[in-house]
Write a protein that binds this ligand. Structure first.
Ligand code: CTP
Ligand code: CA
Length: 225
């Protein structure tokens, strides 16, 4: 028996979260991926659940395990699979948080057989993946709160604000990579949340679980009712 307290802040509300990396197949044994641990996305999904939401977590390959059985987990591998799952789940969702580190490009075509080593140099033709956040921003209806993430190494604020606008998000969480205790793989994070109203909320360095709690409190505060 699990013992935990769920508040009623988000009772009856559907929330979807994307998390983790995506893997883009090169051939049956190789892929292009990234170092996303999924920790931030899982923590946000768990926090949304504890605040009473019906949560669907769409995750790429990670070693994370969800803490509560009540969270519906959909496992995907590629960006295309994550796109289909997210677009499908967005219907009727009050909240969508896109925290996945989606691969920007995929090989034009995955080879059916394992590619053999031949010439000294080798390159792979790649095409852009569909942008899930951009798509949800386009299909968003009144009453749906859409949050994205941004990972920047320079012109952080400017780039985060550009993503907020282009992708029609309600808020963007900027991950600061300039702090060695923040970001990929580690248990702590420091972020700034930019809201479409122009307000800016800074969350100082703390455990990812606490950052998730602050992010969900921010969402609840800015939910259009
Ligand atoms: N995102 C997405 N689908 C993609 C690429 C990104 O849903 N194919 C989402 C991410 O989950 C994140 C936001 O878009 O919430 C920003 O991702 P990021 O990689 O920072 O920005 P990009 O738009 O991909 O631009 P760039 O990588 O060039 O900075
Ligand atoms: Ca990207």
């Amino acid at each position: 028996v699990e013992h935990f307290f769920r508040s009623e802040d988000l009772k009856g509300k559907k929330a979807i979260v994307t998390a983790g990396p995506t893997y883009e197949a090169i051939d049956p044994v190789r892929f292009i991926g990234n170092h996303s641990s999924g920790k931030m996305g899982f923590a946000i999904a768990e926090e949304l659940y504890l605040r009473g939401a019906d949560v669907i977590l769409i995750t790429g390959p990670t070693s994370q395990q969800v803490a509560y059985k009540g969270i519906q987990v959909k496992h995907v591998v590629s960006a295309d699979e994550m796109y289909d799952a997210a677009v499908h789940a967005f219907d009727g969702a009050a909240i969508a948080v896109m925290s996945a580190a989606v691969a920007d490009y995929k090989p034009v075509q995955a080879a059916v057989e394992k590619i053999k080593k031949k010439q000294e140099a080798w390159s792979i033709d790649m095409v852009k993946n569909k942008d899930i956040l951009l798509q949800l921003g386009q299909q968003k209806k009144a009453g749906q709160f859409l949050m994205g993430f941004a990972l920047e190494t320079h012109n952080e604020k400017e780039n985060a604000l550009a993503k907020l606008k282009t992708k029609n998000a309600d808020a963007i969480v900027l991950n600061s990579l300039n702090d060695k205790d923040a970001g990929f793989g580690v248990d702590t994070n420091t972020v700034t949340i930019f809201h479409q109203s122009g307000n800016e909320t800074k969350v100082s360095l703390k455990p990812k679980k606490e950052v998730a709690s602050d992010i969900v409190s921010f969402i609840i505060k800015h939910l259009h009712v």
